[in-house]
Design a protein around this ligand. Structure first.
Ligand SMILES: Nc1ncnc2c1ncn2[C@@H]1O[C@H](COP(=O)(O)OP(=O)(O)O)[C@@H](O)[C@H]1O
Ligand SMILES: [Mg+2]
Length: 245
């Protein structure tokens, strides 16, 4: 596990007039679930992709723990992305789906089995390990998708709007589960959403972005009780505090 530090991290897309991510300073603590919250286009995915090594950093640095990863290839960053689509291999069992990446990496069978069983325990999937994806529920399938990331034991999890495809009811159900799981697994996590209610429920802390600029970082309570700007107050739908115009 590790902390993540953005040090004036900036991304200016070729031809753009403004930075998509503008000199962001942000520290995510070891084991923390940090939500990146803001409206579409504010730079959430760009910031996540910069950390993953999938997007250039035009200025500033990014650290994972003690390691400056700014110039390091994506494959060498020890990060796992949990995608919103949980397309599983239909012909493989749940266990085989979870272990597939390890097999490709050449992890020996015994070690694979141990990691799959550990992940299944954490995710409450032990009873369905030998079933095919078609025979399990939607929520179980989503947990299998998380399991595929967990078995890799990355230092950091990235989730970019993982619930965006679900209907409202399943979204509300699943966000509670994701938070509990992250607590249990304890892997430092960056979680992107544009939904304030989701952010307030799942986040240990929340970083609010607007047009590439970090507006405020705080716990859900801090943001609710003392929004730093009009924008934060408006976005969260709470009364503004202080005297800013
Ligand atoms: N590959 C790209 N090339 C040029 N501009 C981009 C690219 N990806 C995103 N942008 C722009 O950067 C800004 C931030 O986008 P993005 O990080 O996707 O925001 P979010 O994830 O918060 O919706 C937007 O103005 C978007 O149009
Ligand atoms: Mg996005």
């Amino acid at each position: 596990m590790a902390s993540v530090t953005f040090d004036r991290a900036t991304r200016i897309y070729p031809g753009a007039v403004r930075p998509a991510v503008d000199s962001i300073d942000l520290e995510v603590r070891d084991g923390e679930l940090m939500v990146l919250l803001g409206p579409p286009g504010c730079g959430k995915s760009t910031l996540l992709r910069m950390l993953a090594g999938l997007e250039e950093v035009d200025s500033g640095r990014i650290w994972i723990g003690e390691l400056d990863v700014t110039g390091i290839a994506a494959a060498d960053r020890d990060i796992a992305m949990v995608f919103q689509s949980y397309a599983l291999y239909p012909h493989m069992t749940v266990g085989e789906n979870m272990g597939f990446a390890l097999k490709v990496l050449g992890v020996p069978k015994e070690e694979r089995v141990a990691r799959i069983e550990e992940a299944a325990r954490l995710l409450d999937l032990e009873a369905v390990l030998s079933k095919k994806p078609v025979a399990i529920s939607g929520s179980q399938r989503q947990r299998v998708a998380m399991g595929r990331a967990i078995v890799r034991r990355p230092q950091v999890f990235l989730m970019d709007e993982p619930l965006a495809n679900l209907d409202e009811e399943l979204r509300v159900q699943t966000r509670g589960q994701i938070q509990q799981l992250q607590r249990r697994v304890g892997v430092t996590t960056l979680y992107v959403t544009s939904d304030p209610a989701e952010a307030l429920e799942v986040g240990d802390r929340i970083a609010v972005l607007d047009r590439g600029v970090l507006q405020q970082v705080g716990t859900p309570e801090e943001l609710r009780n003392a929004p730093a700007t009009e924008f934060v107050a408006g976005y969260l739908g709470v009364a503004p505090t202080g005297t800013e115009a």
